[in-house]
Design a protein around this ligand. Sequence first.
Ligand code: AIR
Length: 144
Amino acid sequence: MTSKDEVEWNFPLVSIIAGSSSDKAVYEKTENVLKENGINYDLQIISAHRDPEKLEEYLRSCPALIYIAVAGLSAALPGVIASKTEKPVIGVPVSAKLGGLDALLSIVQMPPRVPVACVGIDRGENAAYLALRILALLKKDQDK
Ligand code: AIR
């Protein structure tokens, strides 16, 4: 890799957005994997239901290439993000109630043309590993 490439990739490549700080045990797993792999990321706590305007404003100026959205209960966050961006969105259902089945189904059952990738319940680390794979493809493409 040349120093030029390093400068170009020197911004938060991944944005982690969690619906609440109570999701910390799950989004910490995502953070740990990104840190271990030297990936610059941004972390925001924004609820799609409680702070819709704040979410919209953040998305408008966010430079990240991939979003990871962590939420429990009626987890609208990943889907709402996907409705406002063309970038890949990875959802992480949190087991706040019903063992996380409520959040899992909310994230998985997206309507046609608004895709969200979904990892397992509380599997914050897998969201990061999937993001690493997407970033590797983008880097390969850029290095051509
Ligand atoms: N949540 C927050 N806004 C909308 C939703 N679905 C989720 C959070 C968290 C759960 O509700 O992602 O998993 C409980 O949040 P809190 O802040 O009440 O602890």
